[in-house]
Write a protein that binds this ligand. Structure first.
Ligand SMILES: *Cc1c(COP(=O)(O)O)cnc(C)c1O
Length: 221
């Protein structure tokens, strides 16, 4: 497989829109990541702490590591020294733990709040109202070592394009609402992470500016 070509083709489709492509490397080993790195790619996504730590240890230090999977509080400390963006903040307690570990690591860690937008109830994330409540509370401003930079969501795994589009549209609307109400004048609140191999085109049409794509680049797992 030609990873370089696939990365290139994907990026080209984004056109002039500023979309960050997070190449999802979960289950693929460091050698595969290095191929993409050598093709010039720098943003990589993992869904397991141990896998991310193991790869980060053997790969170049200027990689941007994105945590995209469910994150357990007791494991935050392992990634706090180096993680670039955590997409999957799904409880207030997790946000507090990231703040604590970021303080220890003398960093400010960028985070997205994961919003439950899919029909399935197995997926993690805040409800729309939980996001509003958390942002309305003083909590985000009290935390000095995390920066809430936006929202993340995963659409229902379905062939029904209209449904996927509606879910993305609704998340974009919440993103705009929260941005205008609570983050106006804070340019860092500008990240909307939605879309994967099966639905990234729809996601970008609906306002996503970070897509997390694995299968289309590296093949099926
Ligand atoms: C695995 C994963 C992806 C990438 O999925 P593909 O279908 O391989 O593109 C995106 N987001 C999350 C949260 C994932 O766990």
């Amino acid at each position: 497989m030609d990873i370089k070509k696939r990365l290139h083709n994907l990026s080209r489709q984004f056109g002039d829109s500023k979309v960050t492509l997070v190449a999802v490397t979960k289950t693929f080993d460091a050698k595969v990541v290095l191929q993409a790195y050598n093709a010039g790619h720098r943003d990589f996504g993992e869904n397991k702490v141990q896998e991310m730590v193991e790869k980060a240890e053997v790969l170049p230090g200027n990689i941007h590591w994105h945590m995209i999977g469910h994150l357990q509080r007791n494991k935050v400390k392992y990634i706090a020294p180096f993680v670039h963006l955590i997409h999957s903040i799904d409880t207030e307690r997790l946000l507090n733990e990231v703040d604590k570990q970021a303080r220890k690591a003398k960093r400010v860690i960028d985070c997205l709040l994961q919003v439950h937008i899919a029909e399935e109830d197995t997926k993690f994330g805040f409800s729309y109202n939980e996001v509003r409540e958390l942002i309305d509370s003083a909590i985000p401003t009290q935390l000095e070592h995390v920066r809430i930079c936006g929202l993340m969501g995963m659409a229902t795994n379905t062939d029904n394009e209209q449904q996927v589009r509606a879910e993305f549209k609704k998340l974009h609307k919440l993103f705009t609402e929260v941005k205008e109400k609570h983050f106006s004048g804070m340019p860092y609140f500008n990240k909307l992470s939605m879309g994967m191999s099966s639905d990234y085109k729809i996601a970008i049409e609906e306002g996503s500016n970070i897509v997390r794509v694995g299968t289309l680049i590296f093949g099926s797992r």
